[in-house]
Write a protein that binds this ligand. Structure first.
Ligand code: GAL
Length: 334
């Protein structure tokens, strides 16, 4: 009888734990974040697409051993092989299903997608005219000298994506980047250019596949990268980091009335302890939660000597008038 009671209580307790974990709608910034299969989400430097009630998270797949590359004496870096681009899907931004590899790396050393090169910061937008999903990403050589923006397309949000090639927008370098699709359907490629000194905002062609000749130079000479953009109450907000490789630094934001307009530099949106290092992370994207008027600052806490163990820092991003504020939370929900 007692044994039966024990078995029943263990069973009930497991059911209770399962129910609690299934209901957990919290974000835990910096903690290991598992997908629906119980495997850590592998989607670094990522971006989010919202499509027909589903969020898609695209990111860099980082697997294997981290090595230190010493190309010459003035330059060093920690690297893993490019694993291609992953895609996860979710209805609530907390629970994610692995949708597989959206864009695979190549084993051909002459390809821009060669696994020994760099494929970073993928961002996907939907083109209503061509009915295609368009992925832009940072394409580079092992020593980051190639400095181009690559583009790929798919008929389905999760892919697989067909790679079209990489460009130097308006003949200028392009490294860390994001894409932003405005409410009028126009889209922009925003990239770190001029040897990481100045950000360029490039208007994309109507099919989103090419930068047009219309572009503007912003944050001139300010050494900013890791751009992330959101539109709030008809103003455009851009968060960037300083350039210090995988090491964190202080974020800064800028505000403009239009994407190609005058960007006014504001301060650090992060407040409180560790704000000087963006809570030990670097900006990747800003998520506008559908129908909620709520925003999420999405960042990477790079683990430079073990890059696959880099963690995700997702924090609430709030507006106080024209002021943007990001505060640390150990645990929070939308
Ligand atoms: C950072 C950049 C990352 C990655 C890294 C390599 O500055 O934001 O995306 O490229 O450098 O060191």
């Amino acid at each position: 009888m007692r044994k039966l009671f024990n078995i029943t209580s263990v069973f009930l307790l497991s059911l209770f734990c399962l129910a609690v974990s299934a209901q957990d709608n919290n974000f835990y910034p910096g903690k290991i974040w598992n997908d629906a299969d119980g495997k850590p989400i592998n989607a670094h430097g990522g971006g989010i697409l919202y499509d027909k009630g589903i969020y898609y998270w695209f990111g860099e797949i980082k697997n294997g051993k981290t090595i230190r590359v010493e190309e010459d004496k003035s330059w060093e870096n920690y690297r893993v092989n490019a694993g291609g681009i992953s895609c996860y899907s979710s209805k609530d931004l907390v629970h994610w299903k692995n949708e597989g590899v959206a864009l695979a790396p190549s084993t051909d050393s002459t390809s821009e997608l060669y696994f020994g090169k760099v494929i970073e910061r993928p961002k996907v937008i939907y083109n209503a005219k061509t009915k295609q999903y368009v992925m832009w990403m940072h394409i580079d050589s092992k020593n980051y000298g190639y400095a181009r923006a690559g583009v790929a397309v798919s008929k389905a949000p999760a892919g697989p994506y067909t790679y079209l090639g990489a460009v130097r927008p308006n003949d200028a370098m392009s490294r860390d980047m994001t894409v932003f699709k405005d409410t009028d359907g126009k889209a922009y490629l925003v990239c770190t250019s001029e040897n990481n000194l100045t950000i360029h905002v490039n208007l994309l062609s109507d099919d989103y596949l090419k930068p047009t000749a219309i572009f503007t130079r912003i944050l001139i000479g300010q050494n900013r990268e890791a751009p992330a953009i959101v539109k709030h109450h008809n103003k455009y907000f851009l968060i960037t980091s300083l350039c210090s490789g995988w090491d964190p630094n202080a974020a800064r934001y800028a505000v403009a009335d239009s994407m190609l307009g005058n960007w006014v530099v504001m301060g650090n949106p992060c407040t409180g302890e560790d704000s000087a290092t963006t809570f030990h992370s670097q900006s990747a994207y800003i998520i506008a939660a559908a129908g909620k008027d709520k925003y999420i600052f999405m960042a990477d806490r790079w683990q430079k000597t073990d890059l696959p163990d880099s963690r995700y820092i997702w924090l609430p991003l709030e507006f106080e008038g024209d002021k943007m504020v990001v505060k640390w939370e150990d645990k929070w929900h939308l």
